[in-house]
Design a protein around this ligand. Structure first.
Ligand SMILES: [Zn+2]
Length: 137
């Protein structure tokens, strides 16, 4: 039984108060970034002031792929390996974000509404290591 959980990478996302990733947004043109960017990469923008911005909530599947083989080290996953979908999602907040799906590959389709969640990526001993993922909404 899982006793506790912790983020697989600290500082990138939060579950408390609603699942969200911690990125940034250009104050001049509004371009969203995750992870945080030190400056704007939009070639049409001369701005350089970046503001912290959280992204979460709902979006739509832009595309997806299915991982049918275990990822190579140092990636960790629960045994036995089960194929999973990796989605590219256009969040309603403007960010295009890649993430693993909670739902099985058979349930996927382009255009499906999803929501950002924080969920276990793998387990070690009694601890769940979490990441951001998407769940069909
Ligand atoms: Zn900009």
């Amino acid at each position: 039984m899982v006793q506790s959980s912790e983020p697989c990478v600290a500082g990138l996302f939060s579950a408390e108060g609603g699942a969200r990733v911690h990125g940034s947004r250009c104050a001049a043109c509004g371009t969203p970034y995750f992870p945080k960017a030190p400056s704007c990469h939009n070639p049409a923008c001369a701005g350089s002031k970046m503001e912290p911005c959280d992204f979460g909530g709902r979006g739509k599947v832009w595309s997806y792929s299915v991982a049918n083989f275990p990822p190579p080290p140092p990636h960790k996953f629960d045994q036995p390996f089960k194929p999973y979908a990796i989605a590219v999602v256009d969040l309603d907040s403007g960010l295009r974000l890649v993430g693993q799906m909670v739902d099985p590959p058979e349930a996927m389709r382009v255009g499906a509404p999803v929501e950002l969640v924080i969920a276990p990526l793998f387990h070690e001993q009694d601890k769940a290591f979490t990441s951001w993922k998407f769940k069909l909404a």
